[in-house]
Design a protein around this ligand. Structure first.
Ligand SMILES: [Zn+2]
Length: 486
């Protein structure tokens, strides 16, 4: 059998002779200070494996490589030495548990698969208009009210039943521990000041008008945002983050900052008063000012805030204030942020959003995306992320089939930096990994579905849009600047 590894290691050197390789092959591990973080060396010789690792993560990745070696080259395998380390420190996958809820077991299945291909961050999207999915002890109504919606009407599909679910703090800790054992850091996202309807459903006083709202049942962008001019509402945000920081021991907290309509702020005396007091020239600046305040609060708690690129619009954020995650923008503000020394996570909508049909985002498109070129400042690219939003993902099998293998393309790029092999060679490695992922509970569609011929791409896109976009969304325009979907 042919040795197949994904992501491709930095260097494989063949050595004379061959060894018997199986799960029973003896493995020796030693530590070395001379290897980079997460780096390792793996030598197969004399029917033995010697792993040298710079840290625990390096040993873990060596063992992932070894498992793939055994699966694809078990039996007699040519002797070799692998020297390997990741190009990027932040290799991430996003799971949206708000639009459709996926629970502890499903998350563990995904975490296992991600760790197999050396991803090291779970970006966990836990709050949104359509559901608040994390228990906050100080504000029990967030989940008592905000975790349930009476129906789901995403696009043209009406599910006709309530949708409910949230993670208790005990379950959050369980996931965090599960990830830690696999060298995956969990970055929770508490989306603010927009995508806040579920929170306002629990407590309307957090909004500008105080009017009651219901948890959303449809997809889109909604005007029910946090009143950033109300000190009590801002304190609520800090209180929530206090509990979140206690639950998540990692270095980063994602605070959203995307798709925030300004309509409520425009009509709000308190928000206008904040603008006047702080000398802010625009509502974009008001958002930037709020994000900077929250980021500074997190910094005092030893955390770094991550925000979506929209928060840059008001020109309030310095390169050291936040890490910016770029998904889509008209003006190249993220490039300017990177040029000024800021750190950027690339999750380009057209390439790394994995919930779209393959007709729209073929696997080859994800594989070919160059995050360094897109950012303009190669050194500013801190990480890459594949995103899986769940408005139109109504089953776990569908989730897996959409996420994989596009997430593998993201994993390969994040680990290798620049492509080290051709697309056909990558496809071979994906196929070699298929049975290993299937054994872990991850189904994938057949290869022909990942890169449809031109004539089949259009029907695939039309089928998706028929089921996902409402006439109203089409009228708004598919991809307005603030987006109709993250
Ligand atoms: Zn307000």
């Amino acid at each position: 059998m042919k040795l197949q590894l994904l992501p491709a290691p930095r260097e494989i050197r063949a050595v004379n002779g061959a060894s018997m390789l199986s799960a029973a092959t003896p493995v020796t591990v030693r530590q070395s200070d001379s290897l980079p973080p997460e780096g390792y060396e793996l030598a197969l010789e004399n029917n033995r494996v010697l792993i040298t690792a710079g840290d625990d993560a390096g040993e873990f990745y060596a063992r992932q490589t070894l498992a793939q070696m055994i699966a694809t080259c078990g039996g007699e395998c040519g002797n070799l030495v692998i020297r390997d380390a990741p190009a990027l420190p932040y290799r991430s996958f996003l799971i949206d548990c708000c639009r459709h809820f996926y629970g502890v077991d499903e998350m563990k299945t995904l975490i296992d698969a991600a760790a197999k291909c050396k991803l090291n961050v779970l970006h966990w999207h836990l709050t949104d208009d359509q559901g608040w999915r994390i228990e906050i002890r100080r504000y029990p109504l967030l989940t008592e009210v905000g975790a349930t919606r009476p129906d789901s009407r995403f696009g043209s599909v009406t599910e006709g039943k309530p949708h409910s679910g949230f993670f208790t703090q005990a379950q959050v800790r369980e996931i965090v521990d599960y990830c830690a054992a696999r060298h995956v850091e969990v970055v929770p996202e508490i989306d603010m000041p927009g995508h806040f309807t579920a929170a306002l459903a629990a407590d309307p006083a957090l909004g500008c008008t105080g009017e009651p709202v219901a948890v959303e049942m449809t997809a889109g962008i909604f005007p029910h945002v946090l009143c950033v001019g109300n000190p009590e509402a801002v304190r609520f945000a800090r209180d929530v983050l206090d509990e979140v920081c206690d639950l998540f021991p990692g270095r980063y907290i994602h605070i959203g900052g995307d798709e925030t309509p300004r309509t409520a702020w425009m009509g709000c005396e308190r928000c206008r008063a904040r603008m006047e007091k702080r000398g802010l020239p625009s509502f974009d600046a008001l958002q930037g000012d709020f994000i900077r305040e929250i980021a500074a609060y997190l910094k005092k708690k030893g955390k770094t805030a991550i925000t979506w690129n929209e928060s840059l619009k008001g020109d309030q954020l310095g390169a050291q204030d936040v890490i910016v995650q770029r998904w889509m923008e008209r003006k190249p503000l993220t490039r300017a942020f990177a040029k000024a020394g800021g750190r950027v996570i690339e999750s380009d909508f057209y390439h790394y959003y994995c919930d779209y049909p393959y007709g729209m985002t073929p696997l080859k498109k994800s594989f070919s995306f160059d995050p360094f070129k897109k950012c303009g400042q190669a050194h500013a690219v801190f990480g890459v992320e594949g995103c899986l939003w769940t408005e139109y993902v109504r089953s776990f099998d569908d989730l897996c089939e959409k996420l994989f293998p596009r997430l593998l393309a993201v994993a390969e790029r994040g680990w290798s930096g620049f492509p080290t092999r051709s697309y056909p060679a990558f496809l071979e490695a994906v196929e070699a990994l298929r049975p290993q992922l299937a054994a872990g509970g991850i189904p994938m569609r057949q290869r022909a579905d990942w890169d449809l011929p031109a004539l089949r791409r259009l029907p695939d896109i039309v089928r998706f849009f028929k089921g996902s976009l409402t006439p109203e969304m089409l009228r708004q325009g598919l991809f307005p600047d603030s987006g109709n979907k993250k």
